[in-house]
Design a protein around this ligand. Structure first.
Ligand code: SF4
Length: 265
């Protein structure tokens, strides 16, 4: 069982590769023939990957079959116990494709823009959560199990089910370009097999918050003006729920924008 620094280095090296992590996860179900592993994971450099895992004492190889060693089994179990670590592993995720752009509806906030509903497959489920750092402005919502990202005026919500909604889209070409961009970013991370390193949060200015508030200075939030509300929101002295006009349908898109922005305050 690995214990000294060199042996631990072998384990780290073995597990730093997405293909080898996939092999380990595949073997969790029990002993497999190299043929079965090749069919599931791919045959390219399979012998090499198996050898690396064997040298790290993570698997045992015998007459065309492979199985987890006791150490390998405990290693995976240790990862499972540390839930966060398991979440950061994308080795089980499959590349996504855009399978459908279903509807183009006028946007509530600006009728010259569109709301797009699309679908990506296969669904990413909870894996979405670890993709959050890929986007400079984004947040994962546990409540709706979705990753919400913002780029310029466009807000994209990617649900664990594969459904995608986009707001403030000019036309179908822009929608398809934005969806392709999203697909490319997600698939690049999946190809690497590991969660992206958290990015520095993008700084939000009060004027940016103010831009999406109703700007009626109605006082319902208890503040004298929307700008004062924006400054207090930045300082953590109030919260978005206090601006009740934002719950009106006309401000639905603004509210979505503010929810994303408030994640960076
Ligand atoms: S409730 Fe909303 S719209 Fe009214 S003043 Fe406060 S921030 Fe502005």
């Amino acid at each position: 069982m690995p214990g000294n620094p060199n042996e631990i280095k072998l384990v780290n090296n073995a597990m730093s590769n997405a293909t080898r992590r996939k092999i380990m996860n595949f073997l969790e179900a029990g002993e497999k023939s190299t043929e079965e592993i090749g069919e599931e994971i791919g045959k390219s450099m399979l012998d090499f990957h198996l050898k690396v895992l064997q040298q790290a004492s993570l698997i045992e190889l015998e007459e065309g079959t492979a199985k987890l060693s006791e150490y390998g089994r405990n290693f995976l179990k240790g990862k499972e116990d540390k839930g966060a670590e398991k979440n950061s592993d994308l080795s089980q995720a499959k590349p996504v494709e855009i399978v459908e752009v279903r509807q183009l509806l006028p946007c509530i906030a600006d009728s010259s823009k569109f709301r797009v509903i699309a679908n990506m497959a296969p669904p990413l489920g909870g894996t979405l959560k670890v993709l959050e750092p890929l986007f400079p402005r984004s947040r994962y919502s546990d409540r709706i199990s979705a990753l919400i990202t913002q780029k310029g005026e466009i807000i994209t919500t990617l649900y664990g089910t594969g459904k995608v909604t986009m707001t403030m889209i000019k036309n179908e070409d822009e929608a398809r370009e934005a969806l392709e961009n999203l697909r490319g970013i997600v698939n690049e991370a999946i190809a690497k097999g590991i969660a992206p390193v958290p990015r520095e949060k993008v700084r939000v200015e009060p004027m940016e918050i103010y831009k999406y508030l109703p700007q009626t200075n109605c006082g319902k939030c208890g503040e004298q003006s929307c700008y004062t509300f924006a400054i207090k929101l930045m300082g953590g002295e109030t919260n978005l729920e206090k601006c009740t006009p934002l719950k009106e349908p006309d401000y639905a898109t603004n509210f979505e924008h503010l929810q994303v922005l408030s994640a960076y305050i």
